[in-house]
Design a protein around this ligand. Structure first.
Ligand SMILES: [Zn+2]
Length: 134
């Protein structure tokens, strides 16, 4: 996964404003998160974790219509956005899954979440109930 994570950090290093994330986007994204406060991927496996990122379900790649279409948005926690969504997109681009599986609560999304999710363990050795995915 070394080359994969290097690519991901390059992606985040690029200037967000250059990628089309404007003040207008910030406003719409926070309104969206207020209306959709729970991570779609976590909810898919029965967890309630706050959504902190508005994700473009189908990668917009500069397409204005896809960018602004709120039907193409899903609220995700950082873990789902950084760990599960890139894998779904990789499979989508490799034509292994259709666009409908890009939702983090799709069958593929849930399968990946269950495979990768590890609950945080408290000092007492038991999983902490309020822990979010890492
Ligand atoms: Zn999540």
């Amino acid at each position: 996964m070394a080359s994969g994570s290097r690519k991901l950090s390059d992606y985040f290093r690029r200037n967000a404003r250059q990628r089309g994330y404007s003040a207008e986007w910030d406003k719409k994204a926070s309104a969206y998160l207020e209306a959709h406060p729970v991570c779609v991927g976590c909810r898919g496996i029965g967890l309630v974790v706050p959504a902190t990122v508005v994700d473009h379900i189908i990668p917009h790649k500069g397409d204005r219509r896809l960018f602004w279409d709120s039907n193409n948005w899903q609220g995700l926690c950082t873990w789902h956005h950084n760990s599960i969504k890139p894998e779904l997109e990789r499979r989508f681009h490799g034509k292994q899954i259709p666009a409908a599986q890009l939702f983090c609560d799709s069958a593929t999304g849930k399968e990946l979440t269950r495979a990768r999710y590890r609950p945080a363990v408290g000092a007492d050795g038991y999983a902490t109930p309020a822990s979010s995915p890492r």
